[in-house]
Design a protein around this ligand. Sequence first.
Ligand code: ASP
Length: 318
Amino acid sequence: MEKGISLAIHAGAGAVPADRLKGSSRRAYEEALSASLKIGQAILLDGGTSVEAVTQAVVELENREDFNAGRGAALCADGTAELDACVVNGTNRTAGAVAGLVETRNPILAAQALMGTPHWFLHGPAGDQFARATSLESADQTYFVTQDRQRQLASYSGSTASGMDHGPGLTAEAEAPGGTVGAVARDANGGLAAATSTGGMVNQPPGRIGDTPLLGAGSWADDNFCAISATGTGEAFMRAGFAHRVADLIELADYDCESAAQRALDEVAALDGMGGCIVVDHRGQLALPFNSKQMFRGWVTSSEPPYIAILPGEKIPI
Ligand code: ASP
């Protein structure tokens, strides 16, 4: 068994306006990605589990209002932030998931707390109530809903369309800072895990649930093959059975993780979906493909120092 650790994070695929990728605003993105990556890396180097590393890397991004998870989540058509999250443990194939939370500060912690319980996927008030009963911190909607997101939602006024929170073709007002967040990791014992957290799509109907909390669609992990966290137009990722599709291509068709992820993404594109994913395989190989203009991302392995990137082909040492 190779002992190396690997970690990748993402903070959404999409298209942020060019002026947000300059100066202090770019530095803020880079700082957030670096902070999340370093938190996960420190846990793995300290002998922590992949589940702990991906969960804490995601908590860091949920707490930052630039991304579509926790504080700063994309808003439903009625102005509410509804939060979905999932954590998957590839070692024992347990998972925890929540959808439609409105008052749990860190939805990913509620998902983690549900892992291994008999009914591990809760939605709406039951999810928030579970989080409270587990002594997780609550927050009211004024914490989650930011001015940026209210401005973005206002630009959809009169429209029933929902959009990727920073997808292409949006007007300047409809653009928002960053996307859904996620992490995948391999720990020193070969344990794989994935975590993903989102506010969904902007102007989505209240009650809509996307791919993020759905096992095999937006999130998946199995120590024998790979762990995956996806971001993009959820309906297409669900129709493609995306995350499980990547694992199947590795298991049954002998694809490496890069080509498996790319082929599954092509299938999403054929269903009019756009986005990206991060994958770690059982040997610790990483893939971070996307078919959007950008994807906020970062990665580190035992054989490579930590890097972050936003645009295609970027590789910024931190
Ligand atoms: N996949 C998320 C959803 O459909 C959105 C995103 O990743 O931006 O809810």
